[in-house]
Write a protein that binds this ligand. Structure first.
Ligand code: IYR
Length: 226
């Protein structure tokens, strides 16, 4: 492998096979068709999943780019039933409050087609819950170290995570109980970590229904400047 120094730091030669144009067409279309089948799922089977699969998915998420390569994330993977139970109880308590009084009439109306409510039984059904924490700063030998573009970095990692879950053949949901500081307490996270996103992970339940949604057409969401 060829190496050289830039600013005194080692750089390695990129290995990249430049696929020809027909392959670009095929691969980009294949990936789109596959990703277009992804749906957020709220009814899960309790069927177990090998830990190795979860490890691969998490390692994929952590290939995301991050500000100054600080990798400002921690993935907590919960299979312990007592912890799942605690998370469900705390999430439902917050969600009950939200649906009852914190969310606006308009918000509740916007959610009607999705069919959600405060009940989150999937938090106990699923074999795994992943809670992604963002590291607002790092701590090395008692010294605070700045992280950069933390929300962007962790958001991209979550996108990779969701894609890896779908690609493996599993389902998930981007669940954001609000507020979600209870996750820091239950999972005993240090003070430089803040909960970012909760994702239940599993196979969908045998007969699962998802909202009949339409995705925006290209001309509704993209503008080409040729
Ligand atoms: N966090 C709540 C409410 C909710 C909000 C939005 I915006 C959604 O797209 C879906 C749900 C819940 O999880 O039910």
């Amino acid at each position: 492998m060829k190496e050289k120094l830039i600013n005194g730091h080692p750089h390695i030669q990129l290995t990249h096979d430049n696929p020809d144009i027909d392959i670009l067409r095929l691969r980009s279309e294949d990936f789109y068709l596959s990703m277009n089948k992804r749906r957020s799922v709220r009814d899960f089977s309790s069927q177990n999943i090998p830990k190795e699969v979860i490890e691969n998915i998490i390692k994929t998420a952590a290939t995301a780019p991050s500000g100054a390569h600080k990798q400002p994330w921690t993935f907590c993977i919960i299979s312990n039933p007592d912890i799942k139970k605690k998370i469900r109880a705390a999430a439902e308590k917050e969600e009950f409050e939200s649906y009852q009084s914190r969310m606006s009439e308009q918000w509740l109306k916007d959610l009607e087609p999705i069919g959600t409510d405060w009940r989150k039984p999937f938090l106990e059904t699923v074999p795994y819950i992943i809670v992604v924490f963002k590291k607002i700063y790092d701590e090395e030998e008692g010294q605070k170290k700045t992280n950069y573009y933390v929300n962007e970095s962790v958001g991209i990692a979550c996108g990779f995570l969701i894609s890896a879950i779908h690609q493996a053949g599993l389902a998930t949901l981007t669940h954001t109980p609000s507020p979600m500081n209870f996750l820091s307490e239950i999972l005993e996270r240090p003070k430089n970590e803040r909960p970012y996103l909760l994702l239940p992970l599993g196979y969908p339940a045998e007969e699962t229904y998802v909202p009949k949604l339409k995705r925006k057409d290209l001309d509704e969401m993209a503008k080409f400047y040729s």
